[in-house]
Design a protein around this ligand. Structure first.
Ligand code: GSH
Length: 207
């Protein structure tokens, strides 16, 4: 059976898990990743030399990188249903998937480790304020886009872009600090929460 290696507190693992649930694909999951199970061991490094989750294993096929996993699942088990058929719309959907990974997610590490995980060394108030300000700038980009688009990130159908962006928004709404108002993002997020496959991956247990 298809297996995902990774802890559910990882946003990148949740991208794969949400796609699996959205497509109704039977699978198993094994906890890997700190602090639950250290991936810096030969058994895991043989699968992913980066010592990172998620990793997908199916019939001996091994794949890492969350976006590659989303794409693989969509093609092999979803008949491509989670990406628009139109090449330009498809490219725009992938633009937002990549943006979430590379840009939207580049400033929440410090707030997450400081406010939620309370890790040692993440208690500098100035650094925290700087990172929240930089994150807010990125949020303003998706807020403006969602104010124009909708109900989905791209076009008239749910896609991989909605999974990536909604998980990114979850980080924003789940971490308690004084948030700048993002009404379009909030409305969009509430809409996504209604999807049965989304709920498990947008809870307080999975910040
Ligand atoms: N570019 C990779 C990044 C993967 C990544 O950063 N994974 C983190 C969790 S979100 C990780 O494995 N951290 C180490 C650990 O959990 O032990 C992807 O998108 O899959």
């Amino acid at each position: 059976m298809l297996k995902i290696l990774g802890r559910v507190t990882s946003i990148n693992v949740r991208k794969a898990l949400w796609v699996l649930d959205e497509l109704g694909i039977a699978h198993e999951r094994e906890d890997w990743g700190l602090p639950l199970r250290d991936p810096h061991v030969p058994e895991f490094l043989a699968l992913n030399p980066n010592a990172q989750v998620p990793v997908l294993i199916e019939d001996g096929f091994v794949l890492w990188e969350s976006i590659a996993i989303m794409g693989y699942l969509n093609q092999t088990h979803g008949g491509g249903a989670l990406l628009p058929a139109d090449p330009r719309e498809q490219a725009l959907a992938m633009q937002w998937v990549l943006w979430q990974n590379n840009d939207m997610g580049s400033h929440w590490g410090y707030p997450l480790r400081s406010i939620i995980r309370k890790e040692a060394g993440f208690d500098d108030a100035d650094k925290l304020a700087q990172q929240i300000a930089a994150w807010t700038d990125k949020m303003a980009i998706i807020e403006a886009h969602l104010a124009r688009s909708g109900p989905f990130v791209i076009g008239s159908a749910f896609s991989l872009a909605d999974i990536a962006i909604t998980l990114g928004l979850h980080r924003w709404f789940a971490i308690p600090f004084e948030h700048a108002p993002m009404p379009a993002a909030e409305a969009y997020y509430q809409g996504m929460l209604q999807r049965p496959a989304a709920k498990a991956w947008l809870t307080a247990q999975t910040p």
